[in-house]
Design a protein around this ligand. Structure first.
Ligand SMILES: Cc1cc2nc3c(=O)[nH]c(=O)nc-3n(C[C@H](O)[C@H](O)[C@H](O)COP(=O)(O)OP(=O)(O)OC[C@H]3O[C@@H](n4cnc5c(N)ncnc54)[C@H](O)[C@@H]3O)c2cc1C
Length: 438
């Protein structure tokens, strides 16, 4: 089978631009045999490869990626490792679902805490928690109040912050109220992804800049790259949205592009005017109309806004320039005291969702397992999905596999062009009907 749509690095990732230069691992040359092959070196693939390496110390595990570690979506996100569902439901069944998600997410966060500490991964890993903020009184009533109610039902600690107190913590009076939860982590995601890639067990080999252009599964898996190939009896698919190119989850993955920007660091004088010392992270009450923001350890502001349907998985520099202008306008409106602070980096990344928010986890064929479709919460979901896919493929009876399977499977979507019409009009409606949260 020929792989038609390949990932492409447009070299705009702002997070990796803040890090020291890294020499990527060699690309695949020649024909290689391994016991296991993992396709994709994002959170899911790196977690799967690490766990396979740990479970089978005498076997050879290979990870392949089209690009360099940290330049993919895993290295381009907003850097939140999230431990709570964004919007908790109120029925007993939904609360039970929330408990399962939290068990999985905390398993992933514990694992990442441990890896960052053990290997000294330089990624600004911090326990600053996060604010979930509403702009309008309507957002407070429709989202924050029910969220507070459900957190109470779940027995989760939180703090309600509003008005002047919130303005003082964020350095912006744009928001009416927020719920602060202490459990998540913040990081430079490119630093984390690089660190995970560079500290794999010694029986795991990562090949970077090795796009898979051909795939077959006859008497074992064969993955063909431009200058070599890999044969392995067993594979874990961790190419997220690109897994449909391999014939998996066809018509079940919705391809989206999301954008982030980082300002230049604030000067000493600007920091005095800003008046906030502690780094913070904030997710919006409405994911379409609102913006995700952070104040980073190195005194930059992150803006993450815009989620568009993008089945081609390409976004050109002209489109990116208009995103940057939009992000600058959003920044200026929220931080009028920081006039003159400009955006230094703007980038895009490709994510995928399923219609029913279920992950693409489990066994696909007798010798292929998957950990894809993180529904845009990939730091934790990719980490637990990848780890548990390796456990499952190795025949281990891990207690969390049943929690994972209870999240369901991606449901089928209508074919294109009906899908395109449906998604575009739904997104436009979400933006319009939640404009009070902009
Ligand atoms: C702007 C933005 C902000 C976000 N913010 C957050 C956030 O704060 N927190 C959070 O949890 N999530 C966030 N996300 C989502 C998160 O980044 C993704 O869910 C996560 O990266 C998915 O991880 P993954 O390992 O499944 O896939 P990816 O990181 O996409 O990795 C898949 C890998 O497969 C490789 N691949 C695909 N096809 C081939 C091929 N043919 N040959 C070889 N290699 C191939 C790709 O190169 C890629 O490296 C954000 C995403 C974006 C874009």
């Amino acid at each position: 089978m020929k792989i038609n749509i390949l990932p492409k690095d447009d070299k705009t990732n702002g997070w990796s631009a803040l890090l020291a230069e890294r020499k990527p691992k060699a690309h695949l040359k020649g024909d290689v045999y391994a016991d296991w092959v993992v396709l994709g070196a994002g959170y899911a693939g790196l977690a799967a490869a690490r766990r396979l390496g740990e479970l089978h110390p005498d076997q050879k595990v290979i990870v392949l990626d089209a690009g360099a570690a940290g330049e993919n979506a895993s290295g381009r996100n907003s850097g939140f490792a999230i431990d709570l569902p964004h919007n908790v439901g109120s029925s007993l069944e939904e609360l039970d679902g929330s408990h399962r998600f939290m068990r999985l997410a905390r398993f992933a966060i514990d694992r990442l805490d441990d890896l960052v500490q053990t290997h000294g991964i330089a990624c600004d890993w911090s326990r600053d928690g996060k604010y979930h903020a509403a702009v309008s009184p309507k957002g407070v009533i429709q989202v924050l109040q029910p969220f507070a109610h459900e957190l109470t039902a779940l027995g989760e600690p939180f703090e309600w912050v509003e008005g002047a107190a919130l303005a003082q913590r964020l350095g912006s009076s744009h928001f009416s109220a927020a719920i602060f939860t202490p459990g998540g982590r913040l990081m430079n995601p490119a630093g984390l992804t690089r660190g995970l890639a560079d500290t794999l067990p010694q029986n795991v080999t990562l090949y970077e800049h090795s796009p898979v252009v051909g795939f077959d599964n006859i008497n074992g898996v064969e993955l063909r790259c431009p200058e070599g190939s890999i044969r392995a009896p067993k594979m874990i698919m961790a190419a997220n949205g690109f897994s449909d190119q391999f014939g998996f989850f066809k018509n079940k993955l919705l391809h989206l592009v999301a954008h982030g920007s980082l300002t230049r660091p604030l000067t000493q004088q600007e920091r005095m005017a800003y008046g906030v010392e502690k780094p913070w992270g904030m997710t919006p009450a409405n994911a379409f109309a609102g913006i995700t923001m952070r104040y980073t350890n190195d005194h930059r502001i992150l803006i993450r806004y815009g989620l568009e349907y993008c089945p081609k998985r390409r976004f050109d520099s002209k489109q990116l320039a208009s995103v940057r202008q939009k992000h600058q306008d959003l920044f200026d409106a929220r931080f009028p005291t920081l006039k003159g602070v400009t955006i230094e980096h703007t980038w895009s990344g490709f994510v995928c969702l399923s219609q029913n928010a279920a992950p693409g986890f489990g066994q696909l064929e007798s010798n292929i397992w998957s950990a894809v479709c993180q529904n845009a919460v990939g730091v934790t979901k990719g980490t637990f999905g990848g780890t548990l896919a390796a456990e499952m493929a190795s025949g281990q009876d891990h207690e969390l596999i049943s929690d994972m399977l209870s999240l369901g499977q991606p449901s089928a979507m209508p074919p294109r062009p009906f899908l395109d019409l449906g998604v575009r009009s739904r997104f436009a409606w979400e933006l319009f009907s939640n404009r009070h949260e902009a």
